[in-house]
Design a protein around this ligand. Sequence first.
Ligand code: GLY
Length: 379
Amino acid sequence: MSASHGDVVVIGAGLIGLAIAFELAERGASVRVYDRGEPARAASWAGAGMLAPYSESIGNAVLLELCAGSLREYPVFVERVRDASGIDPRLHLDGVLHAWFDEDRREEFVAPDAAAGVAAEVLDRAGVIALEPWLGAHVAGGVFVRGEGHVDNRRLGRALVTACKARGVTISQTSTIHIECDARRVRGVGTDLGFVAAASAINACGAWAAQLSGVPSACIPPVTPVKGQMLALAAPADFVRHATWLSGAYLVPREDGRLLVGATVEAAGFDERVTAGGLQRLLEAALTSAPALGSFAVTESWAGLRPGTPDGLPFLGPTAIDGLLLATGHYRNGILLAPITARLIADAVESGGAGELLQPFLLERANAEEAAARRISHA
Ligand code: GLY
């Protein structure tokens, strides 16, 4: 343990909250995690586990750098979680293909720089088909990003729960959770199970982060849910070899034989239903790009809520209330960003401040924008 951090409470037992709890517990902190639902569910369970900052075409340079940094940390993170839990989260960093069905897509691709630990190869039509022979007549070309990949997020969730418990973290389910603060600092967290004092409380509530009760208004992150529907097909082993972006859908192969097809992007409030229209859009996108998928059985469908933010960047780090930190708003990159979020938030808990890497992700930016908007509307 490099610094004193007192007792820490993490609110939200998704991959982000669990990764923070695991990191802090490994550094010697006493950590409790609370969630209203089961641990490692919600978006952490619903995602596809794609680890692909470059092929996902993240346009914001600061976010791209955060995502690329987290990708570099993934192998060691997974090894630590596997060692502590005995569960293999099945990390595959064998490359991600972004297939183009229109030559213009080439313009959108941001090539990684040499230091990123990945390498991109632009492929013509024949090159794409050699890599993934099931891609049909419509494919125009693509880019193959070596070093990107995917992780089985459901296994990672189970592994993190076990790893946290092995490191002494308590994980509790409770139907009510509220933060208690005085004018300057956090005092603790109240739940059905009683009040626990805490030197630090971390809001890792994902799409529900703005709903956490007891938080002073200046510390409420403007996070809103963005629904994603997905389905799974039963595909022959190795039919799809690499995670692949199509036009309007992506595919992620799992070792257990499921081929995940994702995902819709919908502003639908907290509606988590799987809808006929959502599945239709997903299947239409996938089958238009890859008709060969049409004969496979649909084995599962589900929906989850991503935590969206006004500018697409997560909210990470300290707030105006001492000891109250944010780790939310990861939108489409929560699984990818778990390792770096855990490390940076643990550093912030230990130091009581925000290091340089956290500066672009502080809540202050949203409060400053809101104040500027108010000034303009009163002018
Ligand atoms: N990261 C993929 C998705 O949000 O659908």
